[in-house]
Design a binder for this molecule. Sequence first.
Ligand SMILES: Nc1ncnc2c1ncn2[C@@H]1O[C@H](COP(=O)(O)OP(=O)(O)O)[C@@H](O)[C@H]1O
Ligand SMILES: [Mg+2]
Length: 142
Amino acid sequence: MEYISKSERETRAFAAVLSKKLNAGSVIAYCGDLGAGKTCFTHGLCEGLLFEGEVSSPTFAIVNVYEGGTLPIYHFDMYRITGWDDLETTGYFDYLDRADGIIVVEWSENIHAALPEDTIFIDIKKLDENTRKIIISGGFAL
Ligand SMILES: Nc1ncnc2c1ncn2[C@@H]1O[C@H](COP(=O)(O)OP(=O)(O)O)[C@@H](O)[C@H]1O
Ligand SMILES: [Mg+2]
């Protein structure tokens, strides 16, 4: 499935619609460069799930946990994760086992081998300053 977004607002609204189709245990893996809109999309997912707090890139924390909406969201930034030991310490596998919320992964390229089979891939391409092509694949039939 492909969608062309012409603003940050459209990306958030599109993500909010998608969020309604997610379940506890869903894993979302982004591909896309810096500034593509991965954090913006995550913000929209959070809004769709009625989370009201701040959503920001977990660059230093590695994982941000957003609780209080209809499902918890575990927002990972794997930019600096380079091996299995690193990944283990982030708690990623624990969240995966618990399967009580949605796992969202920025820089998923770095943990490709650790993504479950039914991962939903979201590829965001920057077409110009305010236009993004969002390509969704994998997962269940969305
Ligand atoms: N259509 C769009 N969708 C998403 N973000 C957009 C769009 N147009 C412009 N932007 C801007 O692009 C930037 C995306 O930043 P961010 O979501 O942090 O990217 P990433 O997490 O992929 O590095 C923001 O400054 C946002 O305002
Ligand atoms: Mg980001």
